[in-house]
Design a protein around this ligand. Structure first.
Ligand code: ATP
Length: 326
């Protein structure tokens, strides 16, 4: 592999707060190392459509604190085809781009891994997704911000729930993973937390609610991850409604507020460290790896591992949550 002189950076899949901080870190670390940087807009679609624009140090001014992504993001079916990836490769060659940093989740890394099996332009990944569901890193960019958004929203719902003695079912994001649900559940003192990793929780939920009502709890908050196998918050509420007819039940789906907003300090620092590490990895000749954080140290994890292995939640935390919500 030749010397790296020019790199690309893109964001792909779902957006997450802190992606801009990562773009800034990649751009400025590259420029510091005398590399040229091209921003690729709209994820892999931009690679195929040659949507490239050179980034200078000032191009990434005043974005560190902003949610969303200045490069826009997209889902791109064409990149899943050999023809799409060939066009992407030809475009990268044409622009003289010697390496690419991709910021995204599982799907983004799958695309990068396949591309690197076919072509010799190295791709390095930065984990950016609010779900925190990527194996090989303790944190993904955006998770801390989303979690704090949920905690703030649920605090507000708790106020009104207590005022009316209500039972609230609150649905949070997490299609396959319960990290946001579990951690917000603990941080908000939820009476129960339903996550996709644990099957059959509704039976226990009824018991928990009965006990809570006997103890005259003034409000009950049940956090439901959207990927919960027994249904979303509306379905779960429907399942228990007939057993608790005397109680006023409400359902809130927090939805897309969880994706937006200014990144927390923790997401900004992680994004900055990971962005820096991604460029260092390219300069070191690495390819097909994700930069991650384990025990607060930067690590390199092959895409193959990051994609294949499942990151599990700490199940002890559910037990702690149960005990503390007595
Ligand atoms: P999030 O976790 O936020 O959903 P993600 O990166 O997993 O983010 P996806 O929509 O799954 O989001 O993937 C992003 C893009 O990665 C896809 O639109 C596609 O362009 C590319 N991609 C995903 N899977 C593959 C694949 N098997 N082959 C090639 N490219 C892929």
């Amino acid at each position: 592999m030749g010397k790296i002189r020019r790199i690309g950076v893109l964001t792909s899949g779902g957006d997450a707060p802190g992606m801009n901080a990562a773009i800034r870190a990649v751009t400025r670390t590259a420029i510091y190392n005398q590399l040229e940087v091209f921003g690729i807009r709209h994820g892999y679609r931009g690679l195929i459509e040659r949507n490239f624009k050179q980034l200078k140090a000032h191009s990434v001014s005043d974005i560190l604190q902003r949610g969303g992504t200045i490069l826009k993001t997209a889902r791109c079916e064409e990149f899943k085809t050999p023809e799409g990836r060939k066009t992407a490769y030809d475009n990268l060659k044409d622009f003289g781009i010697d390496g690419v940093v991709v910021i995204g989740g599982d799907g983004t890394f799958t695309g990068a891994r396949i591309f690197n099996e076919e072509y010799d332009i190295p791709f390095i990944g930065i984990p950016g997704t609010i779900d925190n569901d990527i194996y090989g890193t303790d944190y993904t960019i955006g998770y801390d911000t989303a979690l704090n958004t949920v905690v703030e929203a649920v605090d507000k719902i708790r106020d009104t729930a207590s005022a009316h003695n209500r039972l609230f079912f609150i649905e949070v994001m997490g299609a396959d993973a319960g990290f946001i649900a579990l951690y917000s559940g603990i941080a908000n003192g939820a009476e129960a937390i339903l996550i996709p990793e644990i099957p059959d929780q509704v039976k226990n939920l009824k018991k928990t609610l009965e006990e809570g009502f006997k103890r005259k709890k003034s409000s009950n908050i049940i956090i439901v991850a959207e990927g919960e196998d027994e249904g979303g918050a509306f379905e779960i509420a429907e399942k228990v409604k007939s057993d608790f007819e005397n109680y006023s039940i409400r359902v809130t789906v927090l939805g897309h507020i969880q994706r937006g907003g200014s990144p927390t300090a923790s997401d900004r620092v992680n994004a900055s460290r990971l962005g820096y590490a991604a460029v260092e990895a390219l300069l070191d000749g690495q390819t097909s790896v994700m930069v991650g954080l384990q025990h607060n140290e930067i690590v390199l994890v092959p895409f193959r591992k990051a994609i294949k292995q499942h990151k599990d939640v700490d199940r002890n935390l559910l037990e702690i949550a149960d005990i503390l919500s007595l």
